[in-house]
Design a protein around this ligand. Structure first.
Ligand code: ZN
Length: 282
């Protein structure tokens, strides 16, 4: 299972950190979508970021959808998470051009593209859907989500996201961190956190080195006080069902359905998030 923790940092506990090891969910996403390494890294970063963004939402019925639509050849990426345990992602092209950048890393920014938009839609049973949109900064996803928060949300957030793909093209490590500086945070705590972040290694380096999230917190934030206030597990999990597929089926005009069934013998409703097929023959 993928795991997360919610942590308060600093002497006055005015810095909130969400940290996660998302390997299990990202690996499952890459297997479902049969992504090449750069696409696995892209959907893994987006899935990890979206999960942490969902943890900020307070209501039990909260839902969040994050889409990244750049001009790279991966096309559009959409991730969705809710408090009922759904976590899913889809993408246009699972085999974008695979380029290694000058740092020797998979060039996610090239695959996603640097021109385009991040859109975030949030809602719940009690809150009408709200969509915020900002421009892409680099297509590397962590920077784009950080910029989204700076531009669209009242509290800023900084993201660190990492996916490491091994030589067998499998997801070996995946995870990340989201940091919120809360209002009234003392300057000395902000300074300490910023310094720790500047000195931090790539997130996957910590996942390689440590088996648990608390050790990673200690390694990154060293002498800064911390308190774990919540922890949990999650998994890649699609919420499609035959009942939902039937709604999609019913939305097709009857005449059109009848023609397809007559010609093909049946009508299939396909789920782009988990690749399930729901077959209707009348
Ligand atoms: Zn599905």
């Amino acid at each position: 299972m993928a795991i997360y923790s919610k942590v308060l940092l600093g002497e006055e506990e005015k810095v909130l950190v969400y940290i996660t090891d998302s390997k299990s969910a990202v690996k499952k996403a890459s297997e479902i979508h049969e992504t090449n390494p750069v696409a696995s890294a892209a959907i893994g970063r987006l899935l990890t970021g979206t999960k942490m963004m969902s943890l900020v939402q307070k209501e039990d019925s909260s839902r969040i959808s994050v889409s990244i639509n750049g001009d790279g050849d991966i096309g559009k990426l959409i991730a969705f998470c809710d408090h009922l345990g759904t976590l899913k992602v889809k993408l246009d092209n699972p085999n974008p051009e695979l380029i290694i950048n000058e740092k020797g890393k998979l060039d996610v920014g090239h695959a996603v593209g640097k021109n385009g938009y991040v859109s975030v839609t949030k809602d719940s049973d009690n809150i009408k859907p709200y969509t915020g949109q900002t421009k892409l900064i680099s297509g590397e996803i962590a920077e784009d989500l950080t910029y989204y928060y700076a531009d669209s949300e009242q509290t800023g957030a900084a993201f660190s996201l990492g996916v490491f793909i091994n030589k067998e093209a499998e997801v070996e490590y995946a995870g990340g961190m989201m940091i919120h500086i809360l209002p009234d945070c003392p300057d000395k705590d902000i300074d300490k956190i910023e310094k720790a972040m500047q000195n931090a290694k790539a997130f996957t380096e910590y996942l390689k080195e440590y088996d648990d999230l608390e050790s990673i917190i200690k390694a990154i934030f060293k002498d800064i006080n911390y308190k774990i206030i919540d922890s949990g597990e999650y998994e890649y999990n699609c919420d499609c069902s035959r009942w939902r597929a039937k709604l999609a089926y019913d939305s097709i005009p009857k005449e059109e359905r009848d023609t397809i069934i007559k010609e093909d013998g049946n009508l299939t409703v396909h789920c782009d998030y988990c690749k399930s097929d729901y077959v209707f023959n009348r």
